[in-house]
Design a protein around this ligand. Structure first.
Ligand SMILES: CC(C)(COP(=O)(O)OP(=O)(O)OC[C@H]1O[C@@H](n2cnc3c(N)ncnc32)[C@H](O)[C@@H]1OP(=O)(O)O)[C@@H](O)C(=O)NCCC(=O)NCCS
Length: 254
């Protein structure tokens, strides 16, 4: 049973679709019915209710979102896990054909928000962050960000503007790491984002990354007043940008 609108893998050609929802709107622990044994065991290991609800609704949303593009029931999806922990659709999931076997996804969850990006481009990454986090952001920026990013952050005198810019860089960095599937094995200060109002997101890579900025498309946006969202798409050198469409998912509410 899937309550997201009927999808069609063809509409993912040259597109990424991102499904967003709060854990509560996604049905919270009710999503447990859709999870497999390993996911349930992991959900059961959380000691506090909030991460358990977030995890459960996130993994249920992955299944429901994928089922919007393929004739597979949400419970039937199987996943494989890469060397650095990246989960992907297991092509042996029963019911997949040559087209739907190419479905790729990435998941992110933070306090109050879950995001699932789906595409047929394998190198996609998504990150959402709650921008109210209490960490010492100036210290984190000094420790993690590239010199150009730190310089632009230092010029933000307004605390809210600083916070907003910080989380744009943070989510973009995470989305890139996640699209590459490497986790935190890449040096975070070896790539620098530039985000200015009305201009496409720009990125510079140090040689150590062995990567080409022209192969990438990045999108970053606010979600309401409390969250930031970034999407990274490794669309290929000088390939045209993909359409990035964002939807709100919720129980009984496509
Ligand atoms: C995966 C990672 C890159 C992101 O984790 P995160 O931002 O804490 O968490 P998110 O909610 O965005 O993503 C977690 C999901 O990504 C997926 N994931 C796990 N490993 C992944 C990888 N190597 N590549 C892509 N996706 C991965 C999983 O679906 C995971 O969900 P699950 O744990 O419920 O199964 C992780 O390696 C990490 O630890 N990041 C923190 C690194 C850091 O210091 N970043 C600062 C940036 S300035």
């Amino acid at each position: 049973m899937n309550d997201l609108p009927e999808g069609n893998p063809a509409r993912l050609e040259r597109a990424v679709e991102v499904w967003l929802g709060s854990p509560e709107a996604l049905g919270g622990l009710a999503g447990r019915d859709l999870l497999d044994d390993a996911e349930r065991a992991r959900a059961d290991r959380f000691l506090r209710p909030e991460p358990q609800v977030t995890y459960t609704s996130a993994h249920a949303l992955v299944r429901r979102a994928l089922s919007a593009y393929a004739p597979v029931e949400p419970r039937q999806w199987r996943f494989s896990v890469g060397e650095h922990g990246r989960p992907d659709v297991d092509p042996r999931t029963p019911g997949l054909d040559a087209d739907t076997r190419r479905l790729a996804f990435n998941l992110s969850h933070t306090r109050g928000l879950v995001a699932v990006a789906v595409s047929t481009v394998p190198a996609i990454g998504v990150d959402v962050e709650w921008i109210g986090r209490k960490n010492d952001l100036r210290r984190l920026a000094a420790a993690k960000f590239a010199p150009a990013e730190r310089g632009r952050l230092e010029r933000e005198v307004d605390e809210q503007a600083f916070r907003r810019r910080f989380f744009r860089y943070w989510t973009l960095k995470e989305s890139y790491l996640k699209a590459r599937g490497t986790g935190i094995t890449l040096p975070l200060d070896a790539f620098a984002f530039q985000v200015e109002c009305g201009a496409p997101v720009d990125v510079a890579f140090d040689a150590v990354l062995g990567d080409d900025p022209s192969a990438w498309q990045f999108e970053v946006s606010d979600v309401g007043t409390e969250h930031a969202l970034a999407v990274a798409v490794g669309r290929g050198v000088d390939a045209p940008d993909l359409a990035v469409r964002i939807f709100t998912a919720g129980v009984g509410r496509p």
